[in-house]
Design a protein around this ligand. Structure first.
Ligand SMILES: [Zn+2]
Length: 309
């Protein structure tokens, strides 16, 4: 009888230690939903900027974000390494199997979307901001018209298709400083345009990268001048790289893209260890804004970018 009591006592203790262990683990692991970490999040996407370009191009503004932030030059596009499918994945926190945009110029999902948001589109980060931060402003300024098909145009405060990258940046900066939006997406068409015309490893391609960098520099100095940078996080990335005069294939030159986080509360550790796929971008933005992600989203927030103070 006494032995049975001892056995039960030990069993109870083991059970208790397991439970307290589980509680301790829960306390130590980062919460799935964060609090809002910056007043403004800006996503800048440079079309056709392969990670390989960082070896040859002189890009002081982008380097400034890398040196004072966190980055990976081994992030990956989804397949195929084409435009619309990747912009959709970036904004929609999921791959083409779920959002259904599968081609370079998809105007609507070739594969029916697995779920539909309130505007009839697979929910993008814009939907999340709209429903969970209804008072905040959000918008998109983009140089390639194809972007208009992969986000909820009806929900945004800015829907601007610039005829050039210059106008796209100018308009985005105006929107940022005047409206103080919580989320802004900026799409720049270069160096993709030059890559298709003259080659993704041509001198002109690298010049286009350098010019794009100067536009990013304009945006940064505008944000600094208006003191907005103090409360802003920028994520800078690309949809795909390129090989010869095209992309869409399975070489690393086409698939490996830069992924940089810079700004308020972002660690200045430099190189990240995480594996990043382009659908993690949407998930990271949701996390930085303290938004709950739809169950169907497959992206994971890149929490490694946060500084531990
Ligand atoms: Zn593209």
């Amino acid at each position: 009888m006494f032995q049975k009591f001892i056995k039960q006592f030990i069993l109870l203790n083991i059970l208790l230690s397991f439970t307290s262990c589980a509680i301790a683990q829960k306390k130590n692991s980062p919460p799935e939903i964060n609090k809002q970490l910056a007043q403004h999040i800006i996503l800048i996407g440079s079309d056709g900027l392969g990670a390989y370009a960082f070896e040859k191009a002189k890009i002081p503004s982008i380097r400034k974000m890398m040196n004072n932030g966190s980055y990976s030059l081994k992030a990956r596009s989804v397949l195929p390494s084409s435009s619309a499918v990747n912009w959709a994945s970036m904004l929609m926190g999921s791959g083409p199997e779920l959002h259904g945009f599968t081609e370079w110029d998809s105007r609507e999902p070739e594969l029916p979307s697995a779920i539909l948001g309130e505007t009839g589109l697979y929910p993008s980060i814009f939907s999340l901001v709209d429903s969970q931060m209804p008072k905040e402003k959000k918008g998109a300024s983009y140089a390639w018209g194809g972007i208009r098909n992969v986000f909820e145009r009806d929900l945004v405060d800015l829907d601007y298709n610039g005829s050039t990258d210059e106008k796209t940046i100018e308009h985005a900066l105006e929107f940022l400083t005047e409206e103080k939006p919580v989320f802004t997406f900026i799409h720049l068409d270069e160096p993709d345009h030059t890559g298709h015309k003259l080659g993704f490893d041509s001198d002109e391609y690298y010049l286009a990268v350098e010019h794009m960098d100067s536009l990013v520099g304009q945006l940064l100095s505008g944000l600094e001048k208006s003191k907005m940078m103090e409360n802003t996080i920028i994520i800078f990335t690309a949809d795909h790289g390129g090989n010869r005069k095209s992309h869409g294939g399975k070489t690393l030159k086409e698939v490996e893209i830069p992924w940089i986080a810079y700004g308020k509360g972002i660690s200045n550790q430099g190189k990240l260890n995480n594996t990043i796929v382009t659908y993690d971008t949407g998930a990271t933005i949701a996390y930085l804004l303290g938004l709950q992600m739809p169950e169907s989203w497959r992206g994971k927030p890149v929490k490694e970018i946060l500084s531990r103070e």
